[in-house]
Ligand binder design. Sequence first.
Ligand SMILES: Cc1cc2nc3c(=O)[nH]c(=O)nc-3n(C[C@H](O)[C@H](O)[C@H](O)COP(=O)(O)OP(=O)(O)OC[C@H]3O[C@@H](n4cnc5c(N)ncnc54)[C@H](O)[C@@H]3O)c2cc1C
Length: 380
Amino acid sequence: MDLTLSPEEAAFREELRAWIEANSPGREPEGDEAAFEFRKRWQRELDAAGWAGISWPKEYGGRGASLIEQAIFNEEIVRSKAPPMANVLALAMGGPTVIAHGDEDQKERYLPPILSAEEIWCQGFSEPDSGSDLASLKTRAEKTDGGWSVTGQKVWTTFAHHAKWCMLVARTDRDVPKHKGLTYFLMDMEQDAVQVRPLVQITGESEFNELFIEDAYIPDENVVGGVGNGWMVAITTLMHERATLAFGLQVQVQIALLQLRELVIERGLENDPIVRQRIGQLTIEAEVLRLNAYRGLTQIMKTGVPGPEGSLGKWQWSEVNQSLTEAAMEIRGAEAPLLESDWAYRFLRARANSIEGGTTEILKNIVAERVLGLPRMGAK
Ligand SMILES: Cc1cc2nc3c(=O)[nH]c(=O)nc-3n(C[C@H](O)[C@H](O)[C@H](O)COP(=O)(O)OP(=O)(O)OC[C@H]3O[C@@H](n4cnc5c(N)ncnc54)[C@H](O)[C@@H]3O)c2cc1C
């Protein structure tokens, strides 16, 4: 692992930094609708300048950037405090899944409106009784003329209230082992058979939703990767979720740590031995997270695909981010619950970090079995 940038990579950073400075979108407005429209506009600007599909191949409208350049991109975006792009689930997961498993018609139809944020995507995997054990899901798709009729319920569906398309995994065969009877569909959300109900989180926001699906229609051409191959296609989506997001997240932690140090100084606690020890420990953990993110990157460069190591970064990030926001609340003392501070929001939002994108327990199982090579749970 060589952490020094080549002259080309350094030039790439300079070019990007100058572009962000010249095109900074400013402060995000308050309110879900206004903030989402703001993120869409920001994504359109990035797309027009060729930055939105940073990791996507050039032939599909992306920039075809190397992994190091993608890491630089994530770092610079976070460092500049620019908002995330609106279509984050499609850019990081849906698009790469269609690129990997879709046919040429699907690539032509779906990829351009992802980049331009014209069509927002959501991920319909989890169900009320199937989260960690995703393969046990019950939403079923029955064959009809020219397509499929889908009935079931999904839950925790982020951005479903904004989405045109849903990456939906449904059971198409109940007579085979659970992993083999699944199919990956792109479901049009704009039909009466799909009802979206918001769920309010501890932060007061409704980032995610319940989906009630009653005889929704999906044409045959919206099957991705072939009938019965849904598990393999879904794994591609999940690997991209953990690997692509990991790099930006570790930079967010570095920035939050700097802000925490500012808070300590502002409160005159910089000589308090307990606070110093806490900040020291968090600094070590953030550095481990950063180095592991580079290690994950090196692994992808060797194998060409994100591997199970992404699970380690996601697990570590959720722990560091939760400890960091807890430390900020303790340092703010009696003022901690006052919501006018960004720290109160971050503390509450961080609770979901160890659940979203795979719970910490599940990630530990993956690291144990697939990175360390320990025997599978329950194996004799
Ligand atoms: C903010 C947020 C956004 C989300 N967005 C989406 C989305 O857009 N689309 C989507 O499909 N899903 C989404 N999810 C759902 C998320 O993927 C699930 O919550 C997660 O996979 C856990 O599933 P579950 O909630 O059903 O918990 P369960 O699977 O029921 O787990 C309950 C508890 O049991 C533990 N557990 C379960 N199995 C094991 C095991 N084998 N070994 C050890 N411990 C185990 C878990 O770690 C957990 O602590 C989101 C979740 C959050 C919090």
